[in-house]
Design a protein around this ligand. Sequence first.
Ligand SMILES: Nc1ncnc2c1ncn2[C@@H]1O[C@H](COP(=O)(O)OP(=O)(O)O)[C@@H](O)[C@H]1O
Ligand SMILES: [Mg+2]
Length: 143
Amino acid sequence: MRIQMVSRNLEQTDALAKTFTKIIRPPMIILLNGDLGSGKTTFVKSLVKYLGSNDEVTSPTFTLLNTYNGNFPIYHFDMYRLSSMEEALAVGFEEYFDKSRLDGVCLVEWAENVEGLIPEVDFVITIDKINDRTRKITIKQGN
Ligand SMILES: Nc1ncnc2c1ncn2[C@@H]1O[C@H](COP(=O)(O)OP(=O)(O)O)[C@@H](O)[C@H]1O
Ligand SMILES: [Mg+2]
């Protein structure tokens, strides 16, 4: 499955996230790819809201992981500051990506920095910045 759309503003990005949440259920691992400022955290904010959480979503660039309480636990990772799978193992992240034990959903920014850490991916969301407000958003199933 591959869905692609052009979002012309925040409302359209929010609406796509809302539709996408209808097929999200634990245990799922979702990666978000795209340059800095493309809209990964913005997309996560909408997902978290529509997954039933009122928790504040912040970019976990320094903390690496934020956990939100929605209809199920939501684990929001930002691997920007990690540079290898070994570093991710050192902070104990591999247990989250074991789907036989995962009790919620993982949303992962900058997963490309920890290549090899996540064996089984459900969806990859790629956001391309076209201009100030326009984004091309692609949702692809599997690795
Ligand atoms: N159509 C759009 N969809 C998503 N974000 C948009 C859009 N137009 C403008 N933006 C802005 O782009 C920025 C994206 O920032 P952020 O989500 O933190 O990016 P990232 O997490 O990819 O580094 C936000 O300031 C957001 O308001
Ligand atoms: Mg971000």
